[in-house]
Structure formats: C-alpha cells, structure tokens
Design a protein around this ligand. Structure first.
Ligand code: GLY
Length: 340
C-alpha cells in the first residue's frame, strides 16, 4: 500500500516527494472546481505546475476525457519519469490514476483528494478507471499511487451535499467493520463532526482492509457493501440523464442490501431497522419506480463484481461485521428495491 499523510499540505512529506521529480515533469490533473487549488500548490512548492483541466462531473469520467489526457501528455512530451498530481475528487483520482497507469505503460502519480469521498475512499487503495457506456468503473486497473495527501482544509469549500455524499462511505466503513465508529459518526450532527478524526478513522479501516487484500480477492469485497445496488442505481440515473450523487445511491444501496441481509438470515430485523432509520435521516431519499427495476437489475447482472451468473453482494451479519460473496434472487432484489 502507498503512504498516506493526513495533515495540511505544508507537511514535509509532500514537499519531499515533489522534490524527487524534475519540476518540468510534474503535471496536475484538475477539474473546473479544483483548478483554483493550483494556487495553493504553487504557494507551497513555489512551482508553476502545468495542469490538464477537465469539466467537473462523473459524466466526464469517460474514454474521451482519458484520450484528451493522453493527447496532452503526448503533445507536451511528458516523460516516463514524470509525476501526475491528481488534485480533485473521486473522478479526478480515478481517471488521472488510470491515465498515469496506462501512459507509456505506467508513470508515477499521487492523489490530493479535495472531497470527503476522495479522502475516505476513491483516492485510497489504488483503484483507477473510467465509466464505459453506462457501466461505472468498467475499464480500469488497480495501481497504487506514490502517496496520498489528505488535507481536511479542502472540505471547508465543499458544498454540503458533496460532503454528505462522501459521508455515505464513512457510514459504510462503520457498518462493515466497526460498530463503535458507526455509532460515533451517526450520532453526532454532521456539522459537529471532527473531520480529522473521521478521515483518520475511515482511512484506518480502509487501509487495513486494502493492505490485507489489495487485489480484492477476499476481504476487500467488504468495501463493496451497498455498491452492487448503489452502482446500478447510479448508472441508471446517469443513463436517463438525471445523474445523482454517488453517496446517495450508495446510501440507498446500503438500505436495500441490509434488507437482503435479513432475508438471507444473516442480519437481525432490529439492526436492519436501526440502519434504515439512521440512513433515512441522514441522506435524501432515492426512489426507484417499478418500471425502472428491470433496467437496474440488468445493470447488476453486468457488474464486474460477479464471478458466476449470479449477482454478487456483500451482506451484513451485524453492524460492524460483513460477509462477502453472497447472492439473492432477482425477485428478492426487485422486492427489496421497491419497498425500501
Ligand atoms: N471503493 C472500494 C474499494 O476501494 O475497494
């Protein structure tokens, strides 16, 4: 696993790493929202680092944007010994990491996540990739960055709903691995949370899991809880031209997958009710119309997490304890999607 620094960017780890590279072989990947943060990097490093700027949004995490990055790197004669600096949220670390992993058969990159989702999930653990047609993260590789630098000061600029979207991954970490962490995070009003503590807590959970299973052969699948349903819902809304935030789709996914965990005889009804009440209070409701269910189930059938014809899930045995490689019938999935 890569080193992770949770501190402000002035931390010496960041400067030490940047100083290992030829200053002319540094390039940042940013989006319209994070381009202003280049000034922060400039002030800290005293370098004017060139940047490739993408429009902001999941709908741009695609092959066209990736080809644009490859072209800019090629036009600038960017060398194999250079460093890509991904400065942004999950879209930037996913696509920028994949561009780095594929350009000239792989060059170094670091992630500077600027969103909560990036800090607690997307930037950590080396998953990189793009969406393909309507399938989320369909094309990509696992390649570890040289380092990840999480500065919670960036969160001050984040719109409330983006913060909440990232918070779904925080809640997931508690649900799959640590009941006390789940209770701390969900019993404190979001505006009173200590973000340093939350980011540290989530990163500790995620990085322990990724260290034990970087290639997702086993326990890394715990982190997919809520995502089989969540990704399918997110892809569906993207396809119909009405994108919803990742975390809101995952929150719905966690409720539905908790219900399926009860049906599978794993989770108690009482804990399901606790989870449903908590998530319903925290996140906006995502409704699924009966007519949309076949298309959502079709997307789950194409999910890369499946390794047989059956749809693959991570379920809960209790709050804080997950179990991977579970399945459910299409009828149960349809019913749970409709009633939850
Ligand atoms: N987002 C889940 C993982 O990195 O495995």
């Amino acid at each position: 696993m890569h080193p992770i620094t949770i501190d402000n960017l002035e931390n010496e780890n960041f400067l030490n790493l940047i100083n290992q590279y030829d200053p002319l072989q540094l390039i940042a990947i940013v989006d319209d929202n994070t381009a202003p943060f280049l000034e922060t990097i400039h002030q800290i490093t005293d370098l004017n680092i060139d940047a490739i700027q993408l429009p902001a949004g999941e709908q741009f995490k695609n092959i066209n944007s990736l080809a644009g990055i490859w072209k800019d790197l090629t036009d600038n004669h960017f060398r194999r010994d250079g460093l890509i600096i991904n400065l942004g949220g999950g879209v930037i670390s996913d696509i920028g990491g994949f561009a780095a992993a594929s350009y000239k058969r792989g060059i170094d990159f670091i992630n500077i996540p600027t969103t909560l989702l990036g800090m607690v999930d997307a930037a950590i653990g080396g998953k990189t990739g793009i969406d393909f047609f309507d399938f989320k993260n369909q094309i990509g590789v696992i390649k570890q960055p040289k380092g990840v630098f999480c500065d919670v000061n960036f969160l001050k600029t984040l719109p409330k709903e983006e913060l909440l979207s990232g918070f779904a991954e925080v809640v997931k970490h508690g649900l799959v691995n640590d009941k006390k962490y789940f209770e701390y995070c969900t019993s404190t009003p979001i505006e009173n949370l200590d973000w340093n503590k939350v980011v540290k807590g989530s990163i500790a959970i995620k990085s322990n899991i990724v260290k034990a299973d970087p290639d997702e052969k086993g326990i890394r699948k715990f982190l997919n809880f809520g995502h089989t349903i969540g990704h399918a819902i997110e892809s569906h809304y993207l396809e119909i031209g009405n994108p919803i935030l990742h975390g809101f789709a995952v929150a719905k996914g966690m409720i539905v997958e908790s219900k399926l965990s009860v049906e599978a005889g794993l989770l108690s009804e009482d804990e399901f009710i606790q989870i449903e009440n908590t998530l319903t209070k925290l996140f906006p409701k995502v409704s699924v119309k009966e007519n949309d269910i076949p298309s959502i189930i079709q997307k789950m059938k194409n999910d890369k997490k499946n390794h047989t014809d059956a749809i693959n899930f991570t379920f809960l045995q209790s709050i804080g304890k997950a179990v991977y490689n579970q399945t459910a019938s299409e009828e149960s999935i349809a019913k749970a999607l409709f009633i939850c």
